[in-house]
Design a protein around this ligand. Structure first.
Ligand code: HEC
Length: 230
């Protein structure tokens, strides 16, 4: 019994030293790969030829009409004047300043209300809906109840905008949450322009109003029609 064990152990030592003993030594021959070490991959490198595409190039040119982020759409009626954070720019820009418009803060405190550069118009709300749907609805849900698709896949405690806490939260604090993120929510300051962040806030406020409205919020001339629907 002991003899078998000793023979087995001896053989194991020989194999182990045979396989591992030469590690660290220099060899001219390429190393033996038990698994492919990802040195060769079936991918093409930029600026290299490839016979996969008809033009023989591996790099693909940008799609026609592609606009680099931060640039204006040529020929758009609102051309950017070049001033930082020009409100007329169709795309808006990223945080560039310490004023309320750029930070959501008035001095040391969160400010509230739309900054003077942002008139609340139907177009602003429409834009807010669009960017909210693209960036926020996956988690916060289309109506802001915190029941977006990610909540079905285990993301916990997504803020429900219809709680009092968020109804009363200053616009500036929501702006800051979007810019820098909050706990498990990542930052959107590098993805959503300043102007679009304010548009989203206007839209969140509209969502909150929509879930907490009374008959007095309906213009008088339309109330009769609503009553008739009941
Ligand atoms: C990947 C999921 C996800 C996305 C996308 C997302 N959020 Fe959130 N958000 C969260 C979670 C989770 C919380 C709760 C964080 C906490 O309270 O710890 C939260 C919290 C918040 C809060 C409350 C923060 C506070 O101070 O309590 C606001 C406001 C908010 N999100 C706005 C937005 C806006 C606006 C967008 C789109 C630009 C957005 N979120 C996109 C997951 C997300």
């Amino acid at each position: 019994m002991i003899k078998n064990f000793l023979i087995g152990f001896g053989l194991l030592c020989v194999v182990a030293v045979g396989l591992l003993g030469t590690r660290g030594e220099k060899h001219a021959a390429p190393p033996i790969e038990f698994f492919s070490d990802m040195k060769r991959q079936s991918k093409v490198k930029y600026q290299k030829p490839s016979d996969f595409f008809a033009d023989g190039r591996a790099s693909r040119p940008p799609v026609d009409g592609t606009i680099p982020m931060g640039y204006d759409i040529p020929g758009h009626p609102f051309q950017n004047s070049g001033a930082p954070n020009d409100i007329l720019s169709p795309l808006g820009e990223y945080t560039a300043g310490t004023d309320y418009y750029n930070t959501g803060k008035m001095g040391e405190n969160w400010g509230t209300g739309m900054p003077e550069q942002i008139p609340v118009t139907p177009a602003l709300l429409k834009r807010g809906q669009e960017v909210f749907t693209i960036n926020c609805a996956v988690c916060h849900g289309a109506t802001g109840q915190g029941n977006g698709i990610t909540s079905k896949y285990g993301l916990l405690s997504i803020a429900n905008y219809h709680q009092d806490k968020y109804r009363q939260m200053a616009d500036g604090q929501i702006f800051n949450t979007m810019t820098h993120g909050y706990n498990t929510m990542m930052a959107y300051g590098d993805k959503v322009t300043v102007k679009d962040r304010w548009a989203i806030i206007a839209y969140i406020r509209a969502l909150q109003r929509s879930q907490n409205a009374s008959i007095n919020d309906v213009p008088e001339e339309q109330r009769a029609a609503l009553e008739a629907q009941k």
